[in-house]
Design a protein around this ligand. Structure first.
Ligand SMILES: NC(=O)c1ccc[n+]([C@@H]2O[C@H](COP(=O)([O-])OP(=O)(O)OC[C@H]3O[C@@H](n4cnc5c(N)ncnc54)[C@H](O)[C@@H]3O)[C@@H](O)[C@H]2O)c1
Length: 353
């Protein structure tokens, strides 16, 4: 299936790599540069080249897997290598990997020679349903997640569900958390479907989630309004992810967002944006579907609070949230105090007992 967007098409399903082949055949790029990590090089690159022989001459950049690679230092190395290769403005950067690769590869491409074309070929569930769509690129800096970045959409996105076969289960769950997030804020019917039938066909889940995210980012590409709703779960989630980035037990992005969703649903309930019944149902669904990753102790919470105070979305010293109101819809710009946030984390910890 194809979702047409104002910037580039999104191809989803078993024919996605055939569409990539056709896309490459009708383009006139001077050279291909594939950015991948150790795992996607091993598990996804051979199949990609098999489907798209034009990519067999591509230069390959292999990064260490994980969030630790999503830094300016890695970007500098990639820019230097592009310069060494005398890469011109007509190259195509091919991001083959999870959200770490699409965020970083999109950032590198959007700034090299003031911007060259790039495509995303997401290989993790999280990147398929979320990170590869919408044109937000960036890196972490000084422990702060995605603090340096650009908004530039990829020329196209190719989502090949076959890549999920080698994705570890923890990473799969990580992506499912974002699926539940988009359903909870944007589509009550979809929320009910995935809550009642957890093993819904993956092609359906991919198509539905991508359509929902794409609808939102098309309406508001620069996050002036409705796109803020995608931040549900992310104010507390990102802060925890940043605070624990270099700890012994770091959280994956989706795991942090899951904790964020549990805390922020509590905020929505406290602010009477969702009913008692809806709140109970959200808790039951999320806690039974996902095993929340870990307890958040006071020290960790205090560290996270510093990140919350530095959140890009804050305005006039107010900490602002996007919250479900009611299920399937979202209100953004809702303030909450640090004290109330602390209570929501306490509530989250009580769920683990
Ligand atoms: N730009 C956005 O709109 C947006 C949205 C959500 C998240 N993000 C970013 O995305 C990142 C998280 O993405 P992620 O969870 O995909 O992380 P990731 O890219 O680090 O991938 C997770 C792990 O899965 C491995 N992997 C990926 N595909 C695989 C496959 N097919 N087989 C085997 N292993 C595979 C990777 O090597 C890595 O070890 C974070 O940096 C987050 O900030 C960005």
């Amino acid at each position: 299936m194809v979702i047409k967007t104002t910037s580039g098409n999104i191809y989803i399903g078993k024919d996605a790599l055939r569409s990539l082949n056709a896309f490459l055949k009708k383009s006139d790029y001077s050279q291909y540069y594939i950015i991948c990590d150790e795992n996607t090089l091993l598990h996804c690159l051979p199949s990609l080249i098999n489907h798209c022989p034009a990519l067999s001459d591509a230069e390959i950049f292999e990064l260490d897997p994980g969030e630790q690679s999503k830094t300016l230092q890695t970007c500098e190395q990639l820019w230097q290598t592009l310069i060494d290769f005398k890469a011109d403005k007509k190259i195509l950067v091919v991001n083959l990997g999870g959200g770490m690769i699409s965020d970083l590869g999109g950032f590198v491409a959007s700034l090299y020679k003031r911007g060259v074309n790039f495509i995303n070929i997401p290989t993790s569930l999280l990147a398929m349903v979320d990170a590869s769509i919408g044109g937000k690129n960036g890196v972490d800096h000084a422990n702060v997640k995605n603090v340096i970045g650009t908004i530039q959409a990829p020329s196209a996105v190719f989502i090949h569900p076959g890549f999920l076969a080698t994705l570890p289960i923890r990473e799969f769950q990580n992506g499912m958390a974002e699926v539940f997030k988009i359903a909870l804020i944007a589509d009550k019917g979809f929320w009910e479907e995935i809550s009642e039938a957890p093993n819904k066909k993956i092609d359906y889940v991919l198509a539905k989630s991508v359509k929902l995210k794409n609808q939102i980012v098309t309406k508001d590409p620069l996050e002036k309004g409705i796109r803020k709703s995608l931040n549900f779960g992310h104010t507390i989630g990102h802060a925890l992810e940043s605070a624990l980035l270099h700890s012994e037990q770091p959280l994956l992005h989706g795991e942090a967002v899951l904790i964020g969703m549990l805390c922020e649903s509590w905020l929505a309930w406290k602010k009477k944006l969702i009913s008692n019944q809806a709140f109970t149902e959200i808790m039951e669904v999320l806690v039974s579907r996902f095993k929340p990753a870990r307890h958040i102790d006071q020290k960790e919470h205090a560290l996270a609070a510093d990140f919350i105070l530095n959140d890009k979305k804050n305005k006039d010293d107010k900490i602002l949230f996007a919250l479900p109101a009611p299920v399937g819809k979202c209100k953004f710009g809702i303030p909450a105090t640090l004290d109330l946030i602390a209570q929501s984390v306490e509530f989250y910890n009580s769920l683990l007992k």
